[in-house]
Structure formats: C-alpha cells, structure tokens
Design a protein around this ligand. Structure first.
Ligand code: MRU
Length: 322
C-alpha cells in the first residue's frame, strides 16, 4: 500500500482474481490491503466493515458481482449474498441493480468512476453553503474511504476548505466503532485540514458556546420525503443543531436516494452485535438513525442543492441521468 494514498483505486479496486480493499478496520494504525478472492469474501468484508460507507460498499459489491460474473457463477445467488451483507445503505442494492444488464469489470469500473465524479460535483455545489471562517461539525466518516474516492460530506468540507472558507472541523469520534476518531481524523490529517476530535457527547455544548457554525453529514439512505438515515447520533446532532439555530446540511449522491421509501419509517435500520458496545454488559447497537426532513436545512446531491419540501425537490434528482 502506498502511504497515505486516498486515490479511488487504493480504497477499492478489481484485480484479475480478487477485489482488493484498503482494510478500514486497521486504520489509522496500519495501512493494509485485504484481498477478497470471491463475492462471498466481498460480502464478508462489507459485513465486518473492512470496507464501509454507503457509496464505497456499493462500489465493492459491483466489483464482487463482476468477479463472480467472470467466473460464470449464478449471479442471482451472488447478488443476494452481496445485497444482504448490510441493510441500511441503499447504494448497495442500487449498485447491484445498475450492474444487472452488464455485470462486467468494465461496467463496475465505470460505476466507480461515476461515483467519484458525483462526489466532486457535490463538493462544488456545496461550496456556497459555507461562509468564510466556518467551523463545521461532522459525524462518522464520509470521506474518500466511505465513497471509494473524494467523499460526500467530507468532500464538501474539503472543497470548501480549498476555497478558503473552512476554519476548523469538529470531528465526532462516532461511537462505538470510531469512524470519526480513526478514519475522518486520518483523512483530514492526510489532506492537511485543521480539525479536533471530540467525544460525541461534546457536540451540543460546543454549539451552546458558539464554537460551531454548521453541521454537515452524509447519508446511508434518503426517503422520498427527505427523511435521512445516517450513522447513529446524526439525529441527536440534528436536534441539538435546531435548538441552537444551526443548519444541518446532508451531502449524498443520488445513489443514496430511495424513492421507494416514502418516509424514514420505511428504512431498515441495521442492528449490529451488542459486543461492539459492551463486551461485559447487555447492550443495544442500532448502527443508524433517522433524522426527520424538518430538521434538514438542505440536501446536496450531484444535481445541486435541494431544499424543503423534499418530496418535490428530490424527484428531479432521481429522474436525472446517473
Ligand atoms: O457503518 P458505516 O461506517 O458504514 O456508516 C457510514 C455512515 O453512516 C456514513 O455517514 C454514510 O455512509 C455516508 S458516507 C458517504
């Protein structure tokens, strides 16, 4: 692995005999690749979060399907195995659907390239949402690692920082698996953007003391009415942001929109092993939560900036060419 490489192919790529991912479980301590020699191994890598983040698991699944297709495997079976690896991010199902008519390595690589392009476009659209000197708070990891290149919310923060608008990034550590403290911090350090990791519970009091100007997050699935499923803790941030009069902006590609989910109630929320929370005591571990559209100031897709009522502003994006 090249050191500190955030290029799309360093995060996930297809080789002749394997899907290769940068193992996100080992970051930031070690930069180690994981070779998945079959679609079943790709599904395992997704389930265990070696590769994670909504767009990135879609791309990994597309490569897994292409690998299976090259080997003449039963693609309906393979598709089910990949689709069932994680329930909440709709990008997984979306990517497998996109691959249905042409399950080739070429198509999977095009899908990957297009996701990265979507991220860059989202970054550009998001820049006007940042005022000069913004201190932005973010949750989980929504950068190159989560999207297989550039990033959604973190891509927007990066674009705004490059435009000279971002003063500081508050990085929620993101309990229990620390995607913020491990992965977002690693990415921001790599790019050279000033940041501080905070415990999740510190966000509201930083808002109260006037040290936060806006909250920017990604999404795992967005319902037709604009309800947003994202990493657990996002809803709490949204409530706190509303209380302090701060905008919550969600940045996600159209591959994260689910027009079949009428509201957030239709989005399946992954429950992960209680042992991720406590190995000693009983625990509950919902991995995502739903933020009602009423608490979302804007949703940025590669099509542009969408505002409420989302039931009207989002379908335009769904219908646009992908
Ligand atoms: O459980 P994870 O790490 O896959 O959760 C990821 C998130 O919740 C991200 O915020 C989301 O996928 C948007 S990233 C582009």
């Amino acid at each position: 692995v090249g050191r500190r490489d955030l290029s799309p192919e360093s995060i996930v790529r297809l080789e002749a005999d394997a899907v290769v991912v940068l193992d996100q479980r080992r970051l930031p301590e070690e930069e180690v690749e994981l070779r998945c020699a079959s679609a079943a191994e790709v599904a395992d890598a997704i389930r265990t979060l070696a590769v994670r983040g909504a767009p990135a698991i879609g791309v990994a699944a597309a490569y897994g399907l292409a690998l299976a297709s090259e080997r003449g495997e039963d693609l309906d079976v393979v598709s089910d195995v990949l689709a069932s690896s994680r329930p909440t991010a709709v990008n997984l199902r979306w990517a497998l659907d996109e691959m249905r008519d042409d399950p080739t390595p070429h198509r999977a690589r095009l899908l990957h390239e297009a996701e990265v392009e979507r991220c860059r476009a989202m970054g550009e659209h998001a820049i006007p949402l940042f005022a000069r000197g913004t201190r932005v708070l973010t949750h989980c990891n929504t950068g190159a690692l989560a999207t297989a290149g550039y990033g959604s919310a973190l891509g927007a923060i990066r674009a705004a920082w490059e435009a000279g608008l971002v003063d500081h990034v508050w990085v929620d550590e993101t309990r229990p698996l620390l995607q913020g403290a491990r992965l977002t911090a690693w990415e921001l350090e790599t790019v050279g953007i000033p940041f501080s990791v905070i415990v999740d519970g510190a966000a509201a009091s930083l808002m109260a003391s006037g040290e936060v100007d806006s909250v920017v997050t990604g999404a795992d699935r967005i319902a037709a009415n604009g309800d947003v499923a994202n990493k657990v803790g996002t809803y709490g941030l949204a409530v706190a942001a509303a209380h302090h009069g701060l905008p919550l902006c969600v940045v996600a590609p159209t591959s994260t929109l689910d027009p079949d989910a009428v509201t957030g109630a239709d989005i399946p929320i992954e429950e992960r092993a209680p042992s991720e929370v406590s190995t000693r005591f009983p625990a509950r571990n919902p991995a995502f939560d739903v933020t009602p559209a009423a608490l979302v100031a804007s949703i940025v897709t590669e099509v542009g900036v969408h505002r409420a009522p989302y039931v009207e502003s989002l379908p335009a994006a769904v219908r646009s060419p992908r």
